[in-house]
Design a protein around this ligand. Structure first.
Ligand SMILES: Cc1ncc(COP(=O)(O)O)c(C=O)c1O
Length: 333
């Protein structure tokens, strides 16, 4: 399908504008040099610079999740994540911009004093409800929804990571942007490497590139926590439902499915815990390109990229795009 036709499908869905236009794509020649002579052309799409509340991938997803018709009568947003959640930061900022209250249900030990995203959650005016485990999050959000209703308000629960079929539309748009920035070239494949967790970013890209019929695009998702197979099936399910939102045949996702790769090899000791490989990647990105990657998500995606280059998974004539999904505050956690 032509991009204009896909934009027309997307335009049926209202959104709240939070992003500041297309994010740049830059070349990484010094990183390429540092990774050796067989390294393909290396680029980065800077979604760290989506332009709202320190940026990142959540900004694109929340534009659709917080579409004006969904906010009718709503007085509070309720959402969830870990104590240092990027998603919670952007949701709290969006609530502030929209004049809504915000309740964040966060799991994990709150840092004392608050640092990084935990500090920003408070600065943005969100009320914090702490729970012990991930399993406690959904019930706690429902308690908050009922509490707000008791006081005559109306809450909207935004699911974890805004990884919903609607939220994924933000990355259908992201795929369109990248398509325009990197048109297909004969006999050169494009490998997009990204950090993944709740799967919405991967799903939106998959749906977008399937619609665009970009058979040269391969998606390489590096999990921050979720087992690789679970991440793939979650993303495929979300991608098919995003296509349904656009009134398209969900089977279209099969066009890209064989070129979707997920890996949990960089998780190491768990969510948010650096590994030797992620530390190496952090230093390499910083010292070769002056590019900052966070310890939870993007450094692990960078480590996956290095691993796959060393394993010879890409041809020297191909292009690699590192999707920088943001997350800078975690550097200061
Ligand atoms: C910086 C960053 N990168 C990547 C991700 C993963 O995105 P998704 O949840 O859409 O898979 C997240 C959120 O979890 C994030 O905060």
């Amino acid at each position: 399908m032509r991009p204009e036709a896909i934009y027309a499908l997307l335009d049926v869905h209202p959104r709240t504008h939070l992003t500041l236009g297309p994010t740049p794509v830059v070349h990484l020649p010094r990183l390429r040099g540092a990774l050796g002579p067989e390294t393909p052309e290396l680029l980065a799409k800077l979604d760290e610079a989506t332009g709202f509340a320190l940026g990142g991938n959540k900004v694109r997803k929340l534009e659709y999740e917080l579409a004006p018709p969904r906010l009718r009568g709503v007085t509070h947003l309720i959402t969830t994540g870990g104590v240092q959640s990027n998603h919670c930061r952007v949701a709290a900022a969006a609530a502030a911009r929209l004049g809504l209250g915000c309740v964040l249900v966060v799991n994990g030990d709150p840092p004392d004093p608050p640092t990084a995203n935990a500090l920003l959650h408070r600065l943005l005016g969100a009320k914090i409800r702490s729970v012990s485990t991930r399993a406690d999050r959904q019930p706690a959000m429902e308690v908050e929804l009922a509490r707000i209703a008791e006081f005559g308000g109306k809450g909207l629960i935004v699911p974890l990571g805004a990884s919903t079929p609607l939220g994924a539309l933000g990355y259908v748009r992201g795929a369109l942007e990248l398509h325009e920035q990197l048109p297909a070239e004969q006999d050169r494949d494009v490998h997009v490497v990204l950090a993944s967790s709740s799967g919405g970013t991967l799903a939106g890209l998959a749906a977008g590139f399937a619609l665009l019929e970009r058979t040269d695009i391969h998606l390489w998702a590096v999990s921050a926590d979720t087992p690789a197979e679970e991440l793939l099936s979650t993303a495929l399910e979300l991608a098919t439902r995003a296509l349904e939102e656009l009134d398209m045949d969900p089977a279209i996702v099969q066009r890209i499915q064989p070129r979707m790769n997920t890996s949990d090899e960089e998780v190491g000791d768990g969510y948010g815990i650096p590994t030797d490989a992620s530390r190496e990647a952090t230093e390499l990105w910083a010292r070769s390109e002056g590019m900052l990657v966070d310890p939870v998500y993007t450094s692990k995606a960078a480590a996956g990229l290095i691993r796959w280059i060393r394993e010879g998974r890409f041809l020297a004539g191909d292009r690699i795009v590192f999707l920088h999904t943001g997350g800078h505050p975690a550097i200061f956690a």
